[in-house]
Design a protein around this ligand. Structure first.
Ligand SMILES: CC(C)[C@H](C(=O)O)[C@@H](O)C(=O)O
Ligand code: SF4
Length: 427
């Protein structure tokens, strides 16, 4: 390890290690990439660029291709994209090729033990920032940058300035970590952290489970962040140790120094937080649920790399148990991975979802992107556990999307309008 000075953030330390010398914000550096990921939507452009510059990838064990956006293929175009990626994976003998509905890339990577603290991970998807929940530096990049990494294992960054975002307090029965991050985005704004390293800390984050932490780092990009990051906690180390088969002492764990230099510091106490709803058509248009209760909905979606994990399905199950979805509402549920799907079957969640009238889809991005399934038509409204609600995100440009936690989506699907989970529990 290199010698750090004593005012460095976790992100600066990881990038220094990757650069083999101490780095400072603003500096442009070249780094060795530990892992690179792309999916069915972004692999083909990267492959085409790669094939113009090289024949053989730099390390077939450090590349993952995961089919999740349009799986199974819904158009001839997406089938063609998958063929290109499948042929490339075979030709290059990639060790990590997931094409059978294993789940969303950001869920599959950590589940398969491919994420470790201290790593530099680059993905051809903007929500690659999710792996910061594990103490890794991870960020999304475009196809030509990914092609260069395939060929050389290297890339370049400008070292970001860091924002410290401290979270304290205890969540209520109706809220989850989704409400924390929506509240933060509402305050900081969708462009408020552009190119910053968003470092989440505080007691709430230190005690949070892995799923909740991933929801928070996942949405760092929604305020423009270059990455989202947290120091690994005990829950994280336990999860990673089970997945990688390594002892936690083998991980490269970096922590921010007490006197780290932050460009800005934010403090949030979430004890009194009501469920937060991000209203159309901007992710930072966040309101407490009491301001939007009663808004008509046509569709609900529970899933995505933000909130498609077992904890989210459990939240939905508890609200839906013994109840039927409103006859005018479609509730679509897509587990984030096959592993989660199987666990949800064993726990009886999936049976209940079907009995309540929900449509359960195969693991993957599902309706999140508005291109594969669950597409909205003009004038329709969805409430969704996903991360984006810009105009047309889930279909027609005159459809609307509200973002919330899974309990709120389930409660709203029962009523046909946005409803607080506590009101369902009271009935
Ligand atoms: C298709 C892909 C490039 C895109 C992203 O990078 O975020 C998608 O995953 C999304 O959520 O909009
Ligand atoms: S679930 Fe949605 S946000 Fe996540 S990678 Fe897929 S399309 Fe993007």
């Amino acid at each position: 390890m290199i010698a750090f000075c004593d005012t460095m953030t976790i992100t600066e330390k990881i990038l220094s290690e990757a650069n083999k010398k101490v780095v400072k914000p603003g500096e442009i550096i070249e780094v060795d990439v530990d892992f690179v990921m792309s999916h069915d939507g972004t692999s083909p452009p990267a492959i085409r660029s790669f094939e113009k510059i090289a024949d053989k990838v730099w390390d077939r064990e450090k590349i993952a291709i995961i089919f999740d956006h349009n799986i199974p293929a819904n158009t001839i175009g997406s089938a063609e994209f998958q063929k290109v990626a499948r042929n490339f994976s075979k030709k290059q003998k990639l060790s990590h090729f997931y094409s059978h509905g294993e789940g969303i890339c950001h869920q599959v990577l950590p589940e398969k033990g491919l994420v470790e603290p201290g790593m530099v991970i680059v993905g051809a998807d903007s929500h690659t920032c999710t792996y910061g929940a594990f103490g890794a530096f991870s960020t999304g990049m475009g196809a030509t940058d990914i092609a260069m990494i395939y060929a050389t294992g290297k890339t370049w960054f400008m070292v970001p300035e860091s924002f410290k975002i401290e979270i304290n307090g205890k969540l209520s029965n109706d809220t989850s970590s989704k409400d924390i991050i929506l509240n933060i985005i509402g305050k900081i704004g969708s462009e408020g952290a552009t190119y910053k390293s968003c470092e989440f800390c505080g007691k709430t984050v230190e005690e949070m489970d892995v799923s909740g932490r991933m929801t928070i780092t996942n949405m760092a990009i929604e305020m423009g962040g270059k990455n989202g990051i947290m120091e690994p906690n005990q829950n994280t180390l336990k999860f990673l140790s089970e997945r990688t088969g390594k002892n936690p002492s083998e991980f490269k764990i970096f922590k921010s120094d007490h006197d780290s230099q932050y460009e800005k510091e934010f403090y949030f106490d979430i004890s009194e937080l009501e469920p937060q709803i991000s209203c159309p058509n901007d992710v930072d248009n966040v309101k407490p649920i009491s301001k939007v209760t009663g808004t008509h909905i046509d569709q609900g979606f529970i899933g995505s790399c933000t909130n498609g994990r077992l904890e989210d399905l459990k939240d939905a199950y508890e609200i839906l148990k013994g109840n039927e979805i409103h006859s005018d509402v479609r509730l679509i549920i897509a587990p984030a991975s096959a592993e989660i799907y199987k666990k949800a079957i064993d726990l009886g969640y999936i049976n209940q979802f079907i009995e309540s009238g929900a449509i359960v889809c195969n693991p993957g991005c599902g309706p999140c992107l508005g291109g594969h399934m669950g597409v909205l038509t003009k004038g329709e409204t969805s409430i969704s556990t996903t991360n984006r609600n810009f105009k047309g995100r889930m279909g027609d440009s005159e459809s609307e999307v509200y973002l919330s936690n899974a309990k709120v989506v389930a409660a709203s699907a029962l009523k046909g309008y946005i409803e607080s989970p506590s009101d369902i529990r009271l009935e």
